[in-house]
Design a protein around this ligand. Sequence first.
Ligand SMILES: NC(=O)c1ccc[n+]([C@@H]2O[C@H](COP(=O)([O-])OP(=O)(O)OC[C@H]3O[C@@H](n4cnc5c(N)ncnc54)[C@H](OP(=O)(O)O)[C@@H]3O)[C@@H](O)[C@H]2O)c1
Length: 317
Amino acid sequence: METKDLYKAADNRYDNPIYTYCGKSGVQLPRLSLGFWHNFGSVDPYERSRAITHYAFDHGITHFDLANNYGPVYGSAEETMGRLMDDSFRPYRDELFISTKAGYDMWPGPYGNGGSRKYLMASLDQSLRRMHLDYVDLFYSHRYDPNTPIEETLQALVDIVRAGKALYIGISNWPLDELRKAHAYLAERDTPLLIYQGKMNRLYTEHLDNGLLAFCKHQGIGYIAFSPLAQGLLTDRYRDGIPADSRMAKGKFLRAEQVTDEVKNTIAQVRVEAAERGITTAQRALGWLLEQDGLTSVLVGASSVAQLQDNLAAIIR
Ligand SMILES: NC(=O)c1ccc[n+]([C@@H]2O[C@H](COP(=O)([O-])OP(=O)(O)OC[C@H]3O[C@@H](n4cnc5c(N)ncnc54)[C@H](OP(=O)(O)O)[C@@H]3O)[C@@H](O)[C@H]2O)c1
């Protein structure tokens, strides 16, 4: 008979004050959160994924971020989350803040992509089944869909909260004008927009430059920055070449040709700043982001416990 290693969370997991309020809500999030985009799929070793989540939770990282199509294969990161609930986290469900999303391609045909009510409702039901959860803490529209009336997408989000399937609503990758409309629509329906999830890092500052982060702060909307390490470029992962087990070696989402001279210069600058402070490149890249006014949390990925440990030192001293 198979025996599972029982998990007991560290007693001192809340010793570090790493939380901040998410916008004007009553919800606190850790300043560093863990994303399941890579390294948690069916192609990845389950015991490694499990060890990363244990390390995270043992150090107060209460927020895990998923989406319907994280894997590969699509849906499999959520299935890993379901296994983790069964194996480790069920006793701690009320200490976890779990998010998922729908918006990009998930299943074939006209109802498996975009922003329709049909897609969002069906997708969340699937996500809950895969994750072995009754509800998620946060459900996102993963992108703005210009082919769906904005009211249809937003009303589906409101109704998801009313149905008790999500406690809060977020949007991700929406343009600023549509973010303004979403904020107004949701506020009028007693379902305030909790958080915006957007790409922000030392190499990509659009939401600093166009005022989107400032808008969130002004309106009391939280902001969580994804790919804060530019998928690993803003670390020492590629300092001596392209490791065989790295995201760049897999070649799909991070490619060598993205590393232009301008990118190299910025990475070099981050390394200088890190050396001046006696910290690692990753810690400096995260520390710079965490200094941005209005930023709630940095949403990191990790393919090992050691990487997460390095990143955590940006918020735990
Ligand atoms: N809303 C959206 O559209 C969207 C889009 C993208 C991501 N996200 C969310 O944001 C999360 C994070 O995105 P991301 O994975 O691109 O974030 P990231 O933190 O910028 O990159 C993570 C990758 O960087 C490398 N890494 C991390 N820490 C390191 C360290 N200390 N030293 C050396 N290398 C290190 C690892 O690469 P290796 O795997 O090569 O080791 C790791 O997989 C996702 O999981 C997802 O939840 C959301």
